[in-house]
Design a protein around this ligand. Structure first.
Ligand code: COA
Length: 383
C-alpha cells in the first residue's frame, strides 16, 4: 500500500459534509447554503444551531419547540454546582473547568447516553448546548466570590448567559452583539476541534465524550486561544501607553517569528468575513459607551498591516482580531473568551458528529513506521 504522508492532514479530504463551506479567496463563509452575514443579521444562535443540526432553518413552531427544549435543559443539579465550587477553589482555568464540567454533565443524565443512537445524540446535544453556558457562568461567578444564578426561562440563549454571568439583564445591543458572536463561531468546516469530536463520535462513543474532546482540542493556543491573546496584546499596549503601531513594529523586530495575534489564517487569503462583522460591532459598542479605544487600537494595527502590504498577502484580520474587543466591552473576563468560543462551536461539533454518524465509518488512519524491526528481546536483567 502506498504511504503518502500528509503532515497535519493538510488538504486531506476525510468526509463529505453539507454543514459549512469556506471560500478562502473570496472571504466567504456559508452554513448550509446561507451566507454568514445573512445568518448573523437575521437569525438567532438557536436558529443557527437548528440549521446546522437539521439542515434547514426552523419554522416558527419548530423553533419554539427547539427553544423550549433548550430552555428546559438549562438548569444543572447541585452535584454539578458542587463540582463548579471545587474547580473554582482549585483555581482551575475556565477552559479546563468547562472541559471537566461538560464531561461531568453525563453524571446527571438518567438515560443511558448510548453512542451511535442518533436520537439519543440529539437529546444529549440539546442538553449539553443548553447547560454549557450555565456551568461556565456559574464557574465565573463562584471564582469572583458570587453565588451562581439560576438560568432564566424568559431570556434567549445569549441574553440568559450574560444575565447568569453579570446578574443583570443585558440591554438589547449587548444581547444582539453576543448572539451574533455566537453565530459567527458556531461552525467552520473540519477544524481541529470539530475533527476531534467527529473522530470520537466515529467510535460510537457518546456525545458527552465528543464534546469534551472538542473542548480539549479547542483549548490549545494554535486553535482557540488567539482571541485572548489579541486582548492581552491590546491591554499591554494600553498599559505601556505606547502607540499601537509602534508597539507592533517594535515587537515584530524584537521578538523573533512573532505573529500578531488575530492576524492571518490557514484557510482565508483575504479578510475573514466574520472579522468584518465583529469589527463593526466593536466600533458600535465603543461609540455607545463613548470610548472607542479598543476598536481604535485594533483598527490602527490593521491599518499598519494594510500599509505594509501584508493584508494583500492574506495576513489580514481573522475572527479573533475583533471578537476579543467585543467580549471585553461586554464586560467579560479575558480568560472566558475561549470557553465562550466552545459554547458556540458546540453547535458545529454536534452537527458534524451527527452528520458523520448517519453513515458512520470508524476513523482510523495509519502512521508511516520509522522504527526498527527484528530486534532481539533482552531479559530485564540484561538491559
Ligand atoms: N503576524 C505577522 N506575520 C504573520 C502573521 C501574523 N499574525 N501570520 C502570518 N504571518 C507571516 C509569516 O511570518 C510568514 O511570513 P514569511 O513567509 O515571511 O516567513 C507568512 O505570513 C506565512 O505564515 P505562516 O505561519 O506560514 O502561515 P500559516 O498559514 O501557517 O499560519 C496562522 C496561519 C493563523 C497560524 C498564522 O497566521 C498565525 O499564527 N496567526 C496568529 C495567531 C492567530 O490569530 N490564530 C488564530 C487563527 S483563526
Amino acid at each position: 500500500m502506498s504511504e503518502e504522508l500528509k503532515k497535519g492532514l493538510e488538504g486531506v479530504v476525510v468526509a463529505e459534509s453539507s454543514l459549512s463551506y469556506i471560500d478562502g479567496d473570496a472571504g466567504r463563509l456559508i452554513y448550509r447554503g446561507y451566507d454568514i452575514e445573512d445568518l448573523a443579521e437575521g437569525a438567532t444562535f438557536e436558529e443557527v444551531v437548528y440549521l446546522l443540526w437539521h439542515g434547514e432553518l426552523p419554522t416558527e413552531s419548530e423553533l419554539s419547540e427547539f427553544n423550549e427544549s433548550l430552555v428546559a435543559a438549562r438548569s444543572v443539579d447541585d452535584a454539578v454546582l458542587d463540582t463548579v465550587r471545587a474547580l473554582a477553589e482549585a483555581d482551575e482555568e475556565p477552559m479546563a473547568a468547562l472541559r471537566t464540567l461538560t464531561s461531568y454533565l453525563s453524571a446527571e443524565d438518567d438515560a443511558d447516553p448510548e453512542g451511535g443512537d442518533l436520537e439519543a445524540a440529539r437529546r444529549i446535544g440539546r442538553k449539553v448546548t443548553a447547560k454549557m453556558p450555565t456551568v461556565l457562568a456559574a464557574f465565573d461567578r463562584v471564582r469572583r466570590g458570587e453565588e451562581p444564578l439560576e438560568p432564566r426561562d424568559d431570556l434567549s440563549h445569549a441574553a440568559n448567559f450574560l444575565y447568569m454571568l453579570t446578574g443583570a439583564e443585558p440591554d438589547p445591543v449587548a444581547e444582539e452583539t453576543f448572539d451574533m458572536a455566537l453565530t459567527l463561531h458556531a461552525d467552520h468546516g473540519l477544524n481541529a476541534s470539530t475533527f476531534t469530536a467527529m473522530v470520537i463520535g466515529s467510535t460510537l462513543a457518546d456525545l458527552y465524550s465528543s464534546v469534551t474532546g472538542g473542548i480539549g482540542a479547542l483549548s490549545g493556543p494554535l486553535h482557540g486561544g488567539a482571541n485572548q491573546d489579541v486582548m492581552e496584546m491590546l491591554l499591554e499596549i494600553d498599559d505601556s501607553g505606547e502607540d499601537p503601531v509602534e508597539f507592533v513594529e517594535r515587537a515584530r523586530e524584537e521578538r523573533e517569528n512573532w505573529r500578531v495575534p488575530g492576524m492571518g489564517h490557514r484557510v482565508y487569503n483575504v479578510k475573514d468575513p466574520r472579522a468584518k462583522i465583529l469589527e463593526t460591532k466593536s466600533k458600535e459598542l465603543g461609540e455607545a459607551s463613548g470610548d472607542t479605544k479598543w476598536y481604535d487600537m485594533a483598527d490602527a494595527i490593521e491599518g499598519y498591516f494594510a500599509e505594509k502590504g501584508l493584508v494583500e498577502k492574506g495576513i489580514a484580520p481573522n475572527v479573533d482580531f475583533y471578537s476579543g474587543t467585543v467580549y471585553y466591552q461586554l464586560g467579560i473576563a479575558v480568560d472566558m473568551f475561549t470557553p465562550i468560543f466552545a459554547m458556540s462551536r458546540v453547535g458545529g461539533w454536534i452537527g458534524h458528529t451527527l452528520e458523520y454518524q448517519e453513515d458512520n465509518r470508524l476513523i482510523r488512519p495509519r502512521a508511516h513506521y520509522t522504527g526498527e524491526t527484528d530486534r532481539e528481546f533482552p531479559a530485564l536483567g540484561d538491559r
